[in-house]
Ligand binder design. Sequence first.
Ligand code: GLA
Length: 710
Amino acid sequence: MNFAWIKKIFASPARYATFAAVACILLMTPTLPGQSQTTSSTKSNAVTNSVLTPPPLLLGTAWYPEQWPESRWNADLDLMQKAGIRFVRIGEFAWSSLEPAEGDYHLGWLERAIDDAGRHGIYSVVGTPTAAPPAWLTQKYPETLRMEENGRKAEHGNRQQFNWDDPKYRELAHDIAGRMAQRYGHNPYVIGWQIDNEYAAVSFDPRTRADFQSWLQHRYGTLDNLNTRWTTAYWSQTYSNWDQVPIETSRGNPGLLLSWKRFVSDTWRSYQKNQLDAIRQYASPRQFITTNMMGWFQGYNHYVVARDLDLASWDDYIGEGHLNAYVNGSTDDLTRGFKQKNFWVMETQPGHVNWAPDNNDLNKGEVRAMAWHNVGHGADAVSYWQWRSALNGQEQYHGTLVGPDGTPVPLYTEVAQIGREFTKAGPTLAGTSPKSQVAILHTYGSVWAIDWQRHNKAYDPIVELLSYYQPLRDISQSIDIVQPTVPLDQYKLVVAPGLNVLSNEAANNLIQYVKNGGHLVLGQRSGMKNDDNGLQPERQPGPLVSLLGGRVEQYYALIDPAPIHGQFGDNTSKLWAELLSTSSPDTQVLATYGKSNGWLDGKPAIITRKIGKGSITYVGVWMDEAGMAKLAQWMTNMSGVTPAFGPVPAGVEVDPRYGKDHTVFILVNLANGTQTVPLPRSMQDVLHGGSVQSVNLPRYGVAVLSEAKK
Ligand code: GLA
């Protein structure tokens, strides 16, 4: 037995306690004469509850032990341990090592890797390897290869070549996931599971098409109903048999396009459920199940796919450029909204990626700033992809924490600092999460629908959403991004920047919210479509017209910005302008258009109506930053939204996380120079200790402050 790791533990007193406890319990588990060596799943029962409660804030990395000789593992784990890494993401993509030939399972090496990591105080999140089926599998079962939209079959040699809808592939995926769960599902060092990896590539094979047609039959019941809802009389699209319905992804009938995306979302969900059930059958309920999503990626409805998961996680890559607190923070907030609770950053870049046009590194200090920024937005774990590059393979140039020689790269020390800080701040952050007085509403259907028919090529619905997010975040210092169907009464202000597809369920929820005293603000293109992506006959905002006491008379895609004036000073609407009208005497006009295309001249641009203690506002313009800032000021004033913390210098981000009896504020300085931030009250400095009245933050500086609730 190699005791080198014990010496390392003794050299690190902080970790001694944990390891000593693990070692004692393992040693106390007797192996009786004649009894074979206990497997880790039997060992696990002895240690589960007593030792292995994972820390509340976790630093992690993606580790691929199958790419390295086993004799190397301890050296890697020693280095991880020194950096304060507390979990590895392990096993994803390793199918050819776990089952090198059909039915020939080699699950022992992964168990040894998990146990070795565990002995270093490092937990494991086990990934199912289904994003990378082995060559024997797709050769023997060619139907498991997906078909691209142009009819070409995907091939081996890359990843994501599998067909997500194929029954044979699902059977094989269920088998490997179940076997892994049987083997590792009670291992005390395994804290969770990641199913597959970054769902994205779908199949267009004949079976998928037939399944789509059955899905349509289930949704619409009769062809008459489908034909009516899709208005298929248009261009003679009328269907007389389900098997006539094609797959369209960009230029088809809007009802068909939206249905295909919904089918894709449901199919990813059932693809995932297949593995989830296999894992749940064997794994301990204390092990969570997630999948790593991709932020604003539009391939499927993340709310649907997140429904069966225990927690949401995402892969946070900047690619080219630097950390933008609004773009990145909104993506964190979006991910938090999938389950309306804290989430994990399952992958992030250790300095640089390899797939952007220019793969610049984050500056010194920026990786740490980004980790804390993520935590501020509700991440309970941040994990670097990856630990060490495979010597060959597609991603040789990607950032890592150790080089090809297995020794640390310069960034390692910065990550080790994050490790120390996470350990220190973890107990204070335990049980805390962000919450906001402001909700921004988002639906996939709306984003897709606008994207399919932008009408002005520069009209990006996510950019429009961010034009509201940024000034609102500056004022409120915390934003929730949620679906319009969730309970909204907790919010003082609800803003729907582009709620293009508005279901009756969502509309009723919004009406109720306003009637209960809430303040609702609708942005451009809202309420134009019904749940089948058909036009609302009342015009915009559809079922909200009568509550608003006004509507959109016409929309105009703009080549030249349209001037506006009124409540928010003189500004312009870029890209798009909506001519509004009022139909109720108590609907007020807040801004009107100046001289523009003649149609808009002098007409209402922003209207609002009080409903009891609440209100509904329609904003027909998309102003520049200064205008949006004034609009945000007005929205927050009239709805009584207050800042979570108080004034901070420009470039300093404030992120509140609320616990039962205390609040934590994370401050991150992304401005160029040092910033002094006076605190509204004296607070505990969690990283450095003591009570402070103000903090000095150099560029990329971080402060973690805590105060008891009054
Ligand atoms: C994705 C994948 C990883 C890796 C990284 C590289 O997020 O999930 O396997 O390819 O990109 O940035």
